[in-house]
Design a protein around this ligand. Sequence first.
Ligand code: ATP
Ligand code: MG
Length: 261
Amino acid sequence: MQILSVSSLKGGVGKTSVTMGLASAALHQGVRTLVVDLDPHADSTTGLAVTRGTGTEAGQLLRDAKRADLNDHVVRSGWVDLLPKEHRAQATLDVVVGSALSAAFDRPDIRPRDMRRLRLLLDRVTGYDLVLIDCPPSLAGLTRIGWAASSGVLLVAEPSLFSVAGTERTMRAIRMFSNEYAPQLKSAGVVVNRARADSTEHEYRLLEMERLYKDKLMLPVLEENPFWQQIQGAAYPVHQWPGDQVRDLAKSFDQLLTQLA
Ligand SMILES: Nc1ncnc2c1ncn2[C@@H]1O[C@H](COP(=O)(O)OP(=O)(O)OP(=O)(O)O)[C@@H](O)[C@H]1O
Ligand SMILES: [Mg+2]
């Protein structure tokens, strides 16, 4: 089972979108996946079409980490119901639902034993090939909880000056965290999101990122797509969206997922 945190120190760069895109690709490819929504805003829970009030919230599960059996508390994503009938029975896409409750763990001075709570829960979970952890945009307690449970961190960055600087800081933070608490943790790669082919600034930043991150820079780069918000608003998997407008985006997520395997 591969466990990946999707992180960035900067907000709004596309962590949730990348989590959603990879989850959609995984569903499409038959990879049994669990999405852990660690963000108190619970955007991925909404995006994955989870029925409100079902499952046990991440914050509650973190509290009960020693006793709780995660398999009893996850919820099936509503995306599975959108699959053709004959594929539904074999498909696995589950969610540990997010809520404001988990914010209680988002302290900058979180204790090491609290940091291991998600790891404890995931150590006992069965039936998944891939776990994607959608982290909040900070390096406080919740992201540390995600990292301590993960084998890799997938960094999301936009091709802009501040995002490049933020990614550098996050990479340093991963190295320090890995030395101190989580020797298994590596940066799995940098996903570039919202690139625009017509922007010279983006082109310049992409070259800079290639130079800085070398083989850690994941290709293809994800393009800015005007339909993305609409898809997320409809709580739809990008691979099931009708029409051609997002077919390339769906293919990009397929390619990224293949490289993560
Ligand atoms: N490639 C893209 N093209 C167009 N819009 C995008 C793209 N990626 C993300 N967005 C939009 O940008 C906004 C922020 O994206 P998202 O919520 O995924 O970021 P985030 O990093 O998870 O944010 P937060 O830090 O608040 O958790 C959303 O409205 C999303 O629909
Ligand atoms: Mg988010």
